[in-house]
Design a protein around this ligand. Sequence first.
Ligand code: ADP
Ligand code: MG
Length: 287
Amino acid sequence: SIPLSFFAGIGGASNAGVLVKGSNYLETLSETKYVVFDKTGTLTKGVFEVAGVHHNTMEQSKILEYAALTESFSSHPISRSLKTAYGKEINQNRVTDVEEISGNGVTAKVDGTPVAVGNVKLMKRIGVEAVECHQVGTVIHVAIDGAYAGHILISDVPKPTSKDAIANLKKNGIKETVMLTGDIDRVAQQVAGELGVDRVYSELLPADKVSKVEELLAKKSEKEKLAFVGDGINDAPVLSRADIGIAMGAMGSDAAIEAADVVLMDDDPMKIVKAIRIAKKCMRIVY
Ligand code: ADP
Ligand code: MG
């Protein structure tokens, strides 16, 4: 039989906006020693602002137009910011052959011309040499008709409570905090440094995130549990692979809510600290 205090624990958690799918997850949560975070949308706001369009041969406004049209079918936060920066009505009839390559970017044809919008990996894939950009931020490269056109510098900022959440996890018995991201190393290091994350792995494709979590799981003892926290965009497989998967933001994808063991009603990282505290308190009452 399930001890009554588990119900109290689950109820208390849900009052705090933390939905726990079963009493076993309260126990796992209370034994968590490693917390692995996805970056974009989890530790950062996932709201990018276009900081500038650097052109090579083409007019800046043209580059932004091609980029926004190419991304018009995507729901990635980068796509949303490009569409906002473009600011004009988008005629999706101009866009065909759309292919979104997760962790890389998007390729499509705009008015019949092939366009690629994404990171250096995407440029390599299509055989285009990208021009280096040394400014801080996520660099989105644009190739039009097989030639490099320019890049768009966009920046994503940490959530206001991310730093406190990381510090509080350490105070609540978490041995190590880790950040995984598909973003470039320079940006990843900057965000991790700013937030006080112990360890960071960058330039990961969604499948690499699963392998990385498996690697971390293999290194620790069975008794120490590993939690993965994500926003659900491309990370459902990681959510299910961790000892405990925590999905942030109740409006997250259905796939994430399905794959997660714990669902946070809002996207405040402090809720993770809260969840672990509630779980520990509950386990102290049970035993
Ligand atoms: P994170 O791991 O931080 O959550 P993602 O895996 O969603 O980030 O994306 C990693 C990187 O892949 C982005 O920083 C960007 O360079 C590129 N990328 C992904 N999706 C897109 C897109 N729709 N448009 C342009 N670039 C993209
Ligand atoms: Mg993500």
